[in-house]
Write a protein of this length. Sequence first.
Length: 317
Amino acid sequence: MNVVLDAVRSEQRLIPPQPRYPMSHAPYVASLDDERLIVIWFAGAREWAKDVQILCTIHDPSAGTWSPIRDLVSDVGYTMGNSVFARDDAGALHLWYVRTKGYWHEGEIVHLTWGELEQGYLSKAVVPLERGWLVRGRPILRGAVVHLPVYDERALVSAIWECNLVTGVSRLSETIAAPGGLIHPTLVAMGSLEFRCFMRNPRDPNRIHLSYSMDRGARWSRAFPTALPNPNSGLDVVRVTGTRLICAYNHSERNRYPLSLARSENGGVEWERLGDLETEPGEYSYPSLLLGPHGLHLAYTYRRELVKFLTLDAERL
């Protein structure tokens, strides 16, 4: 029995590519308001192509409707990359995205804000980090303070960028490093002070790594490999309740398939593989998880051509 497939609800959707954008990659799912979800991703002729834009679509799970796909961000002269989206306690909308004029090690993070998505953005600013620092994982917003997981594409280390969005005061945490490098940090809040960070390992030992912080991400423990393999690909982890976590990842050391789910009952130290969502050869990668009132939502790259979205019953995992 495949626990994962049994938990999939009827809502499954292949978000179609736009005719002018044959490549779709790195989706991210977030809450737009109390009811609606937004799915964002970058699309273009290919990765690093000058026509790459950030696209989005809005989903209402209660009504079962999807909005038309639209361009969300277009920066002339730049190519777009990973993006993350969040709503703060006051209802303001935030997007942090990567742009570059060359390759990722030359990239920078840009921050956009909206009051209402349909009314155009209110502010735009480059995050004050050196070029090469990029974003992929979900931020944690508490009041006016954001904890944004970031990674250095040059040094292959991860960190947390903390910023007061009202005063603009920010700091970069100490870095998290390991042999082979650690990128794509995925941040999970286990309490008011305790954070855990799960990271992609670009080289041997090809394992998802874990590090702890007991001071809201300012200082980090030595990272150590978990039992979950990693083929130098993105992953996501969500806290379901207590110390129970669900991880979406590629259960392979070399390939971006299968796309699998695993469960931990002790905060990510030990894992049980639950089953696979995709098993055919191909790329099913860069999963994004969101736990909401309608279930556990998952979006991921489907063969670099489409974005796939589905909802699972978290209580059955």
